[in-house]
Ligand binder design. Structure first.
Ligand code: PNS
Length: 164
């Protein structure tokens, strides 16, 4: 079965990679769908988020990374994916994901499976990593080395946020 793990991945974290690997073990094939959420400002541009994810998931068999621009239900239909997988950390995630799950079921008959975030990464978030990075902190415990290096470049070049 093909599962889709959608998100902004700005940047991809160890928490995301844990969910992606576990989804692959459950469903066999995973497409990581990298999108733009119109309500967010991004640290990394769209193309760079995709590139970082491809590098970070490169050693995982059965995992591919694709951009998503329209509706998730249309993307899943085009890709032949039957299920969306979301990681849940705490209650606020559930409240949001429940709404999305109901919407996607209504819009396209899409099933959503929610799996608990791994204990080690249970409260990690990309937004907090961005905050730590902006304040000059070390994020290497939370993201793959290649991502930490790109964050360091980005912060030292003073380029800041991207809307792409
Ligand atoms: O959790 P994120 O990071 O905000 O996810 C971003 C993204 C683009 C993957 C998410 O917003 C999404 O799935 N967008 C696709 C559009 C869609 O189908 N939205 C739900 C119905 S309005």
């Amino acid at each position: 079965m093909i599962a889709v793990c959608p998100g902004s991945y700005d940047p991809v974290t160890f928490g995301h990679l844990d969910i992606i690997a576990r989804a692959q073990r459950l469903f066999g094939e995973v497409i990581v769908a990298v999108g733009r959420n119109s309500t967010k400002n991004y640290l990394f541009a769209f193309d760079e988020r995709i590139k970082l994810l491809r590098e970070a998931t490169g050693s995982l068999p059965g995992v591919s990374v694709l951009p998503i621009s329209g509706l998730l239900v249309d993307f899943c239909r085009e890709q032949g994916a039957q299920v969306v997988v979301k990681g849940l950390r705490f209650a606020a995630d559930f409240d949001y994901e429940l709404q999305m799950a109901h919407l996607n079921a209504e819009l396209g008959g899409l099933e959503t499976v929610m799996i608990p975030a791994g204990k080690q990464w249970g409260t990690l978030s990309s937004s907090m990593i961005r905050e730590v990075a902006h304040c000059g902190g070390d994020v290497s415990g939370f993201v793959p080395q290649l991502v930490a290096a790109r964050i360091a470049d980005k912060v030292s070049s003073g380029k800041g946020f991207d809307n792409g």
